[in-house]
Design a protein around this ligand. Structure first.
Ligand code: NAD
Length: 511
């Protein structure tokens, strides 16, 4: 079914408070930004949706000063009261789920169910954060000295800088901001300039919740280019920069933050692999590989880019894979039944085509796909490539639907090939053999931050700590104890006795 985009899109934008021209910064109030005008483009058509006047360095300064002041007030709110505000944010997101999901589809090109899924992730992390607001536990320890008590407590950290990538235009903000908010932090969000409209819509919703609670303006926003982004990452008022994006970006931001001895949480590129052994349920594996490799048009950090097949099953599995990849419905992501939408922009299409030229030069064979699709927008075909270990292009993350297929003789070799890339985000094995599964999960198995058995590399739940090793940056966000990065730990020792014993039995009695 094709929808009437003109009227329905206008109505959607109006409901979410987006106009033809929009301000590019928010600090408790919208700032009349004077930076370059930027048009957000619908990747499904190549047509502009609406424009934003980007924030300048002066605008950034205003936002930073406001969130700094907001932090000073917000940190005094009891954590469960902060949790109540986040609970209401979750409720508002539930109310706006359909609209926000549709906006993600419009601006980022995700198919409908993925747009909605992204908003569901925001709701889930709000629920998680509400519970967390009553569980910011510190430990107590037994002191080695008599009549002494020792414990640790967690205090709010400060304003947090949040840099997000285009491919999760709203979920990644919520992973950070719901947790940071219950921890007592304020924040400044710098989204990707590819997806400013989703950020505007979310900020409006979040601010309404703050106002209804007479809460300080903890959710700042700047829509700005990398230049202003750099000013933000260098800002000593922000003790934590949480940055999601490419390895190149992570290196740049990581250097700036470490130079000022700040804390960074880096969520960078992946190059994720799936191993399918001769003991796998192949139907299960095939279904999982298809979503992981071609869902979101290959534009997830957890997208499966490398598939390792045991020699004995490789020929049959490849045949089924190619048949299925060719049958994936590619098209307008707003249409029912479409499973793969466009890439984000023309540059992403060019990057994919250049990578495929390199594939051919390095001896790879394109089994299916490999071409652009001739229609407005930025469409490409799901692509399967036969690759061999050592092809340098397979060590890079090309943010597009290209799946490299390798063959292996035994599991040790598969794990070695799997780990032989600079990135370390997500990984999977498909097997019904318990020994193979445990071998993959052992310390000598997958070297990634995420390791799955009979589940593909993408589609993580918020309850776990999300992130990866090596060039993926080492950061962890969302669930488990990731909240600790958003707080400062204080170890407290209290002497309630009448003596002054020193630790380690040191004596220092003067006179
Ligand atoms: P990108 O690196 O081009 O941009 C990401 C963000 O960083 C944008 O907001 C951009 O404006 C900003 N930025 C870039 N350089 C900067 C600098 N020097 N100072 C301050 N800000 C800067 O990435 P992208 O194309 O938007 O997203 C795709 C990439 O993100 C892929 O590599 C993908 O794997 C990665 N990603 C990782 C995760 C994860 O959790 N590990 C999640 C989503 C995306």
């Amino acid at each position: 079914m094709t929808v009437d985009t003109t009227t329905s899109t206008q109505a959607l934008l109006e409901r979410l408070g987006i106009r033809a021209e929009n301000p590019g910064a928010f600090a408790g109030t919208w700032i009349d930004t004077k930076g370059d005008r930027f048009e957000s483009v619908n990747p499904a058509t190549g047509e502009p949706i609406a424009a934003v006047n980007m924030a300048t360095e002066e605008d950034y300064e205003r936002v930073a000063a406001t969130v700094q002041k907001a932090f000073e007030a917000w940190r005094l709110w009891p954590a469960p009261k902060r949790g109540e505000v986040v609970r209401q944010l979750g409720q508002e997101l539930r109310r706006h789920k359909d609209d926000l999901g549709a906006l993600v589809t419009l601006e980022a090109g995700k198919v409908k169910s993925e747009g909605l899924g992204e908003v569901q992730e925001m709701i889930d992390i709000c629920d998680f954060a509400v519970g967390l607001s009553r569980q910011l536990y510190g430990k107590t320890m037994h002191s080695e000295r008599p009549s002494h008590r020792m414990y640790e407590q967690w205090h709010p950290l400060g304003p947090v800088g949040i840099v997000t990538a285009f491919n999760f235009p709203v979920a990644v903000w919520s992973w950070n901001s719901a947790i940071a908010a219950v921890c007592g932090d304020s924040m400044i969000w710098k989204p990707s300039s590819e997806t400013p409209l989703t950020a505007l819509a979310v900020t409006r919703i979040a601010q309404r919740v703050l106002e209804a609670n007479d809460a300080p303006p903890i959710f700042g926003l700047i829509l700005a280019d990398r230049r202003v982004g750099k000013v933000m990452t260098a800002d000593r008022r922000l003790p934590l920069i949480s940055a999601t994006g490419s390895v190149t970006m992570g290196r740049a931001i990581g250097n700036v933050v470490s130079d000022r001895l700040g804390r960074s949480l880096l969520e960078l590129g992946g190059n994720n692999g799936i191993i399918v052994t001769e003991n796998a349920d192949q139907d299960l594996a095939l279904r999982a590989v298809l979503f992981a490799a071609f869902g979101t048009a290959g534009q997830r950090c957890t997208t499966a880019r490398r598939l390792f097949l045991h020699k004995s099953i490789a020929a049959g599995f490849k045949e089924k894979l190619v048949r299925a990849a060719k049958s994936i419905p590619v098209g307008d992501p707003a249409e029912d039944g479409v499973l793969m939408g466009p890439l984000i922009n023309r540059r992403a299409v060019d990057d994919m085509m250049n990578a495929l030229e390199t594939v051919k030069e390095q001896g790879g064979e394109i089994l299916c796909g490999g071409k652009t699709i001739d229609r407005p927008g930025f469409y490409v075909e799901p692509t399967v490539v036969t690759a061999t270990a050592g092809m340098p292009i397979t060590c890079e993350e090309t943010f597009a639907p290209i799946l490299y297929v390798f063959e292996f003789d035994d599991l040790d070799q598969a794990i070695e090939m799997h780990n032989a890339v600079p990135q370390g985000l997500s990984s999977s094995i498909f097997t019904l053999n318990m020994r193979e599964a445990e071998r993959f999960l052992a310390a000598t198995g997958s070297d990634c931050g995420i390791a799955n058995v009979n589940i593909a590399t993408s589609g993580a739940e918020i309850g776990g700590a999300f992130g990866g090793e090596k060039e993926t940056g080492g950061g962890r966000e969302a669930g488990s104890d990731s909240w600790k990065l958003y707080m400062r730990r204080q170890t407290c020792t209290i002497n309630w006795g009448t003596e002054m014993p020193l630790a380690q039995g040191v004596e220092f009695d003067v006179g």
